[in-house]
Design a protein around this ligand. Structure first.
Ligand code: LLP
Length: 423
């Protein structure tokens, strides 16, 4: 059961009324449910582990989805590892208690500094995306007298059937090494000093709700692993990436069945004698977050009615970036009449729109709303555009809540500017 429900027409986050929280915390803010994150994690790990307990499956949460340390600690305590894509994410994961032995490092642009830091931390695996990166890792690990465990990220040239900006497994995308060069790149890697080739990696995109692209990918990876084992490479780890989509719009979105997804992993990959890594981000976090916001104005024009919120595209970018649909709900259901609204933020561009022509129970100035499913790719993608400081974050558990990120003070934002002494 989702942890956000109405009781007597008031929205609750676990056992707390969201309206009551708004009396203590100024909007806009992100609100996360600890129980929802925990339930999502259990659902995922049970789906993976129920089928075949002999195969070791490790969840490495893609922390780019939400890297607040309270969230990372929640997942660390459940046994999660992490998929990181920068030194900053790696530092956050380590600080929150995720052991280096459960951390994989992905990304096409790892710097020398980042690679050295990860080598010294003793991470589980580098997911290598190009030959120059492989050379750099080899050079640095030799210099540090260490060995880098690596997997090669393969680009399988598969259409993920998702938004083009978050599709990563087509030949034209910048990610991975083309699948046709698999043998050659493994042969090359095997001879490099300071490198221990231990695995294979793939990630075809995000918000994928049909199983067909996953099936095609796992099939391809199984073929490649079989070939590599035949060639004598000691492949022990298969990292299948993340990408499992969620239902943002219950009326139109396909539902990705976790159980069937897990069955596909086992069907194609569990007979190869490898352990399996899965890197979900959205599937663990999206449904656990709300963006709580207040209606600053109701503006009526000859064309439309606008709800102008105190949250904007800088706080939550998905609708403006990807035309993403998110449910928007009132904190208090108080009218039986409804109207059609464009729901927008105060930022000075038309793209600052959260929803168009959305029917809602009549809303008045001062009412509180929530934007749903904002736990993943919400706060992490925020900016300070229009000199709007970063907003705060709270976490609810049962009938308690705690602030897990202070809102940024305006002075802190403005005082970063420096004036040259010659000006
Ligand atoms: N592993 C790798 C290598 C990734 O690049 C990603 C996401 C994941 C795992 C996790 O994917 P997930 O399970 O969350 O789909 N900002 C976009 C999503 C970008 C995803 C980038 N990579 C959005 O708001 O939809």
């Amino acid at each position: 059961m989702n942890q956000f429900t109405y009781i007597d027409n008031r929205l609750y986050a676990e056992a707390l009324s969201v309206m009551d929280i708004t009396k203590e915390i100024a909007t806009p803010f992100y609100l996360y449910s600890h129980t929802e994150i925990t339930n999502n994690y259990h659902r995922f790990s049970q789906a993976l582990n129920r089928l075949n307990t002999k195969v070791n499956c490790q969840i490495c949460y893609a922390i780019k989805a939400n890297s607040n340390q309270a969230i990372l600690k929640t997942l660390a305590l459940l046994g999660s590892g992490a998929d990181v894509v920068s030194e900053g994410e790696l530092q956050r994961a380590l600080k929150a208690g995720i052991p280096a032995s459960k951390i994989v490092f992905s990304g096409v642009g790892k710097t020398a500094q980042e690679i050295s830091f990860a080598l010294k931390s003793g991470i589980l695996q580098f997911n290598v995306e190009s030959e120059p990166e492989l050379k750099r890792i080899s050079k640095l690990s030799v210099a540090l007298n260490l060995t880098a465990n690596i997997a090669i990220r393969i680009n399988p040239d598969i259409e993920a059937d998702t938004h083009e900006k978050i599709s990563t497994g087509k030949a034209e995308n910048k990610f991975g090494i083309e699948h046709t060069r698999t043998k050659a790149i493994y042969a090359y890697a095997a001879n490099l000093p300071g490198i221990n080739v231990q695995g294979i990696d793939v990630h075809i995109g995000s918000q994928i709700t049909s199983l067909a692209p996953f099936e095609e990918t796992f099939k391809k990876i199984a073929e490649l692993v079989t070939e590599l084992l035949d060639e004598g490479h000691d492949i022990k780890v298969i990292d299948v990436g993340g990408g499992i989509g969620i239902t943002y719009n219950p009326e139109t979105d396909k539902q990705c069945d976790l159980q069937q997804y897990a069955e596909l992993i086992h069907q194609y990959l569990s007979g190869l004698g490898c352990s399996i890594i899965v890197e979900p981000g959205r599937a663990l976090l999206a449904s656990a977050g709300l963006l709580v916001t207040q209606v600053n104005y109701v503006k009526t024009t000859p064309e439309k009615q606008f709800l102008i919120l105190d949250a904007a595209m800088n706080d939550f970018a998905r609708p403006s970036l990807y035309d993403a649909y998110h449910q928007i709900l009132p904190v208090k259901q108080q009218s039986t009449l409804s109207s059609v609204y464009d729901i927008v933020g105060p930022v000075c561009e038309t793209g600052d729109t959260f929803a168009k022509a959305r029917e809602l129970a009549n809303i008045e100035q001062g009412d509180f709303l929530v934007i749903k499913d904002t736990g993943a790719y919400g706060s992490v993608m925020s900016s300070t555009y229009n000199t709007r400081p970063f907003i705060g974050e709270i976490m609810v558990k049962g009938d308690k809540f705690s602030t897990i990120r202070q809102p940024q003070a305006l002075a802190e934002l403005i005082n970063k500017d420096l004036l040259p002494d010659w000006l």
